[in-house]
Ligand binder design. Structure first.
Ligand SMILES: C[S@@+](CC[C@H](N)C(=O)[O-])C[C@H]1O[C@@H](n2cnc3c(N)ncnc32)[C@H](O)[C@@H]1O
Length: 281
C-alpha cells in the first residue's frame, strides 16, 4: 500500500479544517509558507508538514502565512454602487427606521471591505438617500489574527485606496505624512466615526461552533473572494450557513467570479444587482 506524502496529508488537513481547495496556485503559496517555516525551525520540509498536519496551532500559524489576503477599498466599484442604489434602500425599507441593521464582512482580511461598508452606509445616510439607515453596525471576521490586528488599526497606504475618489478620501480618512515632497504618500487612517461602526472578531468559518447563535442575524452579508479558494463541499456548507445567517429577505453579496458558485434553494439573484442574492424565506 502506498504511503501518503506528508505534504498531501497537510493539504488534506487544511481542506478539512479550513475548507481550502488543493489547486496549483494555493499549493504554490502553501509550499512557500512551508519552506519559510521549516527554514526558521531548522527542520526538513517533510518534517514540518508532519508537525503542522497534527497540530491545530501550527496549522493556524501556517494559515496566517499561506492565505491569500489581497484586498482594497471599494474593490468592485459597481457592486458598491448597486449596494447604495438598490440594496441599502431595500434594507432600509424592510423594517422600522429605528431598528438596527446588521452588516457582516465575512472574510475581511485587513479590514478594507468592512470599512468600505461603513463608509457607504454613512454616505447614504448623510445624503439622506432612500438607503439612509439610522442605526447600523458592521461585523467583520477573518481567520488570521495578524490581518485582524492590522484591520483594527485602520491605517492604510495609498494603494489600498486606489478605487477611492478624492472627495471620499478627504472625508473618511485622516492623512498623515512625513515626506512633504511626496504629499500623497504616508498613512491614511479611517475616521473614528466609521471605525466605531465596525467590530472585528477572529473566526474560522469552517468551524461549526462559530455558527451557533448566528441564525437570521444579518441584513447583508458580504462574503467576497473566499469561496473561490474553497473546495466544493466547503462552498456548499458555507453558502448554506451564510444563508441561514441572513434575516429572511436579507442579502448576500459575493465577488463577481463567485456568482456561479451560488446554488441554494433559499436564495434568489437580485434583479439589476448582479452578485447579490436575496434570502427568500
Ligand atoms: C482574498 S481575502 C478577501 C478579502 C475581501 N473579502 C475582499 O474581497 O477583498 C480572503 C480572506 O479569507 C480568509 N480566510 C481563508 N480561509 C478562511 C476560513 N476558513 N475562515 C475565515 N476566513 C478565511 C483569509 O484569511 C483572507 O483574509
Amino acid at each position: 500500500m502506498s504511503q501518503q506524502s506528508p505534504f498531501k496529508k497537510l493539504e488534506e488537513a487544511l481542506a478539512e479544517n479550513y475548507g481550502w481547495a488543493a489547486n496549483p496556485s494555493a499549493r504554490a503559496k502553501i509550499n512557500t509558507a512551508i519552506e519559510s517555516k521549516a527554514r526558521r525551525l531548522h527542520i526538513a520540509h517533510e518534517e514540518y508538514c508532519q508537525i503542522a498536519s497534527g497540530s491545530h496551532s501550527e496549522m493556524l500559524a501556517l494559515v496566517e502565512e499561506a492565505a491569500v489576503g489581497e484586498t482594497w477599498f471599494f474593490r468592485e466599484p459597481q457592486q458598491f454602487s448597486a449596494l447604495r442604489r438598490i440594496i441599502l434602500p431595500a434594507i432600509a425599507a424592510a423594517r422600522p427606521a429605528g431598528e438596527r441593521r446588521r452588516l457582516w464582512s465575512a472574510a475581511c482580511s485587513t479590514g478594507e471591505e468592512a470599512y468600505s461598508l461603513a463608509i457607504v452606509v454613512d454616505q447614504a445616510r448623510t445624503a439622506n438617500e432612500p438607503g439612509a439607515i439610522e442605526s447600523a453596525e458592521v461585523f467583520a471576521t477573518d481567520v488570521r489574527n495578524r490581518a485582524l490586528l492590522a484591520a483594527s488599526q485602520a491605517r492604510y497606504s495609498l494603494p489600498a485606496l486606489r478605487q477611492v475618489d478624492a472627495h471620499t478620501r478627504d472625508k473618511y480618512f485622516i492623512h498623515t505624512c512625513e515626506t512633504p515632497d511626496d504629499p500623497l504618500n504616508g498613512v491614511y487612517t479611517v475616521v473614528p466615526d466609521s471605525r466605531k461602526l465596525v467590530t472585528f472578531r477572529r473566526a474560522n468559518l469552517l468551524d461549526p461552533m462559530f455558527w451557533k447563535g448566528m441564525s437570521r442575524r444579518f441584513d447583508l452579508i458580504v462574503c467576497a473572494n473566499l469561496l473561490l479558494y474553497l473546495h466544493g463541499s466547503a462552498v456548499r456548507q458555507m453558502v448554506g450557513r451564510l444563508t441561514q445567517s441572513l434575516r429572511p429577505g436579507g442579502y448576500l453579496m459575493v465577488a463577481p467570479s463567485e456568482s456561479s458558485l451560488i446554488h441554494h434553494s433559499g436564495l434568489r439573484p437580485v434583479k439589476d444587482a448582479p452578485t447579490f442574492f436575496q434570502r427568500t424565506n
